[in-house]
Design a protein. Structure first.
Length: 223
């Protein structure tokens, strides 16, 4: 009712409430452009130049912060969407640092080309299957990125990727799938980037853990 009433008000210019609420945020990039133009046509010797420069720096920082928070919110929503659509329920799927990097349908070449649906997170790979007329994805395999190696095994007939990993029972296993030619490069880029960043994060974590343990030991010895 409030939204409909808002549209009828002259000062709302026939805009719904949702459009008005987004106005303050949408103005931020306009301010960036405005101050850039002002700075462009202001002589560096003019007394207003440093003030315009500072205003541009400030509003640019606000725009960057807004974009980062928007991206983080979108990433959290993407993980939540997967969590709500995946069966059986994976209660530990939602983690503060977990991000969904890529998803898409692929063909399982070890299973007669049957369609599977992959979710690639920054620390996890989920292989799922969607049954006909179902809105849900059914978990087939869950793979930690730490145990995974990825290879491009394409030939002239098909674009193929091979994932080697350790199964739940710590046994060597693999998943070979084909994808569209224009998707191959992006899958490989996302897999390799995720793996490199994951290994880097784990190394930093071990360094911090080792440093903290040494500091604790040093403090205990002094006491």
């Amino acid at each position: 009712f409030e939204t409909q009433h808002c549209i009828t008000l002259p000062e709302c210019k026939n805009l719904p409430l949702s459009a008005l609420l987004i106005e303050p945020v949408s103005r931020i990039p306009r301010y960036v452009l405005l101050f850039k133009e002002l700075l462009k046509y202001t002589d560096m010797t003019h007394p207003d130049y440093p003030h315009i420069k500072k205003a541009l720096d400030d509003v640019s920082n606000i725009a960057q912060l807004h974009n980062e928070r928007k991206r983080a919110s979108e990433e959290r929503n993407a993980v939540l969407r997967v969590y709500l659509s995946l069966l059986p329920e994976q209660q530990d799927l939602i983690e503060p640092a977990r991000r969904l990097l890529k998803e898409g349908a692929v063909k399982d070449l070890k299973n007669s080309g049957k369609e599977k649906y992959l979710f690639l997170f920054n620390d996890l790979i989920i292989i799922s299957e969607r049954k006909e007329k179902s809105k849900n994805f059914f978990l087939k395999q869950r793979i930690t990125l730490s145990s995974t190696k990825v290879y491009d095994i394409s030939d002239k007939n098909a674009s193929m990727i091979k994932l080697e990993f350790l199964s739940v029972k710590d046994q060597p296993d693999n998943f070979i799938f084909s994808t569209e030619k224009d998707e191959l490069a992006d899958w490989m880029t996302q897999f390799m980037g995720a793996k490199i960043q994951f290994d880097r994060d784990q190394l930093q974590l071990r360094k911090r853990t080792f440093s903290n343990s040494r500091s604790f030991s040093s403090g205990a010895d002094q006491n």
